[in-house]
Design a protein around this ligand. Structure first.
Ligand SMILES: [Fe+2]
Ligand SMILES: [Fe+2]
Length: 314
């Protein structure tokens, strides 16, 4: 019997330490190729065995994350209005909200530090439009319509210039960023890997809805501060459009997502409240860990400069 070659998959449940780093690096490498359109003759002979092994590992990873965030979603309301109120307070009290990294970027970071930060962020970005496309499959009509409107905005409403993905690529090109999984901190890789796992496994479809919705809700504040940092560093307006656009547009996206997607899905089946809430908190939890690691690596705070725990955890 031949054994699948993805030995790293057995470390899926580790959420810290060297095995966590190895797993996330390998999974990010795998994710970089897996969704590329292909041809039958290009398919590897062990493709299905690898898919199965990786799929199981992703589920193990998400289950470990669900356990980790369980205390944060203990009191989740299942009635739609109460649930939306609970979801909206995540903006203020969720993991990573108000992290001091972002005001520091806006006011103090050097161009090299900003470049390092963007290098990590670009790598952790799994492509909102593709995550959304995978998530919306077979969703009820009201939710799907709002997802379609959101997707159309991601697509620049049919104009290449307005597409969000290429906007980020233009900024990455300006800074000459070409991150590979080996050159990015595992916390940032884990964030992107988790978004993909949630979007690709239908058992986590509502987790993915929550994770995407919480991005829309929490991105504007951070995007405005990153945009302020880029402006302060005199990055041309055309190159920093990605953050300038998201600082404004995602406020509207978030309002519509909560009203049209979250409310209708929970009204139809209250069990979805827990799944949506878990997905949102898992996404924020990853964000919080990434910001902490970034601060550590950037040595942005005096206390942190003396704190080597980030290196020990790597
Ligand atoms: Fe976007
Ligand atoms: Fe958006």
């Amino acid at each position: 019997m031949t054994r699948p070659r993805v030995e790293w998959a057995r470390w899926a449940g580790d959420l810290a330490g060297p095995r966590f780093a190895e797993f996330q690096t390998q999974l990010a490498g795998h994710n970089a190729h897996r969704f590329r359109p292909g041809l039958p003759e290009e398919a590897a002979s062990d493709e299905l065995a690898t898919d199965e092994r990786v799929g199981r590992a992703e589920i193990e990873m998400v289950e470990a994350l669900r356990c980790a965030v369980a205390p944060l979603i203990a009191e989740i309301p299942t009635e739609p209005d109460g649930f939306i109120a609970w979801f909206e307070q995540l903006k203020h009290t969720g993991p990573g909200q108000g992290d001091p990294l972002f005001p520091w970027l806006a006011t103090t970071a050097s161009i090299e530090q900003m470049r390092w930060f963007l290098f990590q962020e670009v790598a952790g970005e799994a492509g909102f439009e593709d995550l959304l496309a995978m998530t919306q499959v077979k969703m009820p009509v009201q939710a799907k319509l709002e997802m379609a409107r959101n997707f159309w905005d991601e697509m620049g409403r049919g104009s290449e210039k307005g597409m969000h993905g290429p906007m980020l690529e233009r900024l990455a090109g300006f800074f000459q960023l070409s991150p590979t999984p080996e050159t990015v901190v595992p916390e940032a890789l884990a964030l992107g890997n988790t978004m993909i796992a949630l979007a690709r496994h239908r058992r986590y479809a509502f987790h993915s809805v929550g994770a995407l919705g919480v991005i829309e809700m929490t991105a504007p504040g951070r995007a405005a501060l990153v945009d302020a940092a880029l402006r302060r560093l005199r990055i041309p307006a055309k190159k920093r459009l990605y953050f300038a656009v998201h600082a404004v547009l995602d406020v509207k996206h978030s309002e519509a997502w909560n009203a049209e997607v979250l409310h209708s899905l929970v009204a139809e089946d209250p069990r979805r409240a827990r799944a949506i809430g878990e997905g949102a908190v898992i996404r924020l939890w990853h964000g919080a860990r990434s910001f902490e690691r970034y601060r550590c690596e950037l040595g942005s705070f005096k206390a942190r400069l003396l704190d080597t725990s980030c290196l020990a955890a790597a």
